[in-house]
Ligand binder design. Structure first.
Ligand SMILES: C[S@@+](CC[C@H](N)C(=O)[O-])C[C@H]1O[C@@H](n2cnc3c(N)ncnc32)[C@H](O)[C@@H]1O
Length: 192
């Protein structure tokens, strides 16, 4: 499935249609048929992959026009994630939260707290050091060293974590990424 667009006027993030390998790698840890929240979904490249796995997907973005085609298959919420308290999470729990290439610091803890027992966090975005390579350069949009680890600590079991320069892929730069699970016991992490 693709929404590829070679038009240079199309925003950079909408021209990337393949899901992040980090999301593809860890999505099998999500409970079969479980609910997934794709935060700042953009063109829905991750939501499309997750729907293909039979998951129950909710997408949120300030502009959901690029995912309108998913309206029959998924819950689509258009809102400003940075406007006040995250009331969109009130009374809701998810079996997974997926965030790629988006950071609004005040949301990190509420998102982790919205994950159900046994649920999974898959988060990947740019981190300190990326300033040398490309946008984003604003520190508000760059994870600090260990920031996702610190957020998960005491709340979730970390399955995998990386922070470093990734030169392959559509957006080379310094990234931080984590997969964590809300479970006491170790989970099987080998590919199935
Ligand atoms: C770099 S794109 C990443 C899109 C998608 N996660 C992906 O990996 O392809 C960042 C997304 O964040 C969304 N976004 C930025 N600020 C937002 C806000 N305040 N509220 C909701 N969405 C926002 C943008 O509309 C855009 O779709």
């Amino acid at each position: 499935m693709t929404n590829a667009d070679a038009n240079p006027k199309t925003p950079r993030h909408l021209r990337i249609t393949e899901p992040s390998p980090w999301v593809v790698r860890f999505a099998p840890l999500i409970k079969p048929g479980g609910s997934v929240l794709d935060i700042a979904c953009g063109g829905g490249r991750h939501a499309r992959h997750l729907l293909g796995l039979g998951l129950d997907v909710t997408l949120i973005d300030q502009d959901t026009s690029a995912v309108a085609d998913l309206g029959e298959q998924a819950e689509i919420i258009e809102l400003d994630l940075e406007a006040g308290d995250p009331e969109f999470l009130t009374g809701r729990g998810f079996d997974a939260v997926v965030v790629v290439n988006y950071l609004h610091r005040p949301l990190i803890v509420p998102l982790l707290e919205s994950i159900n027992d046994g649920g999974v966090l898959i988060y990947q975005t740019f981190a300190v050091g990326n300033e040398q390579y490309s946008r984003p350069r604003n520190p508000d949009h760059l994870l600090k060293s260990g920031e996702l680890l610190d957020a998960a600590n005491g709340r979730m079991q970390v399955v995998a974590y990386e922070h470093g320069l990734v030169e392959s892929g559509p957006l080379p730069g310094v990234i931080q990424r984590i997969c964590a699970i809300k479970a006491e016991e170790p989970v099987a992490v080998e590919p199935t």
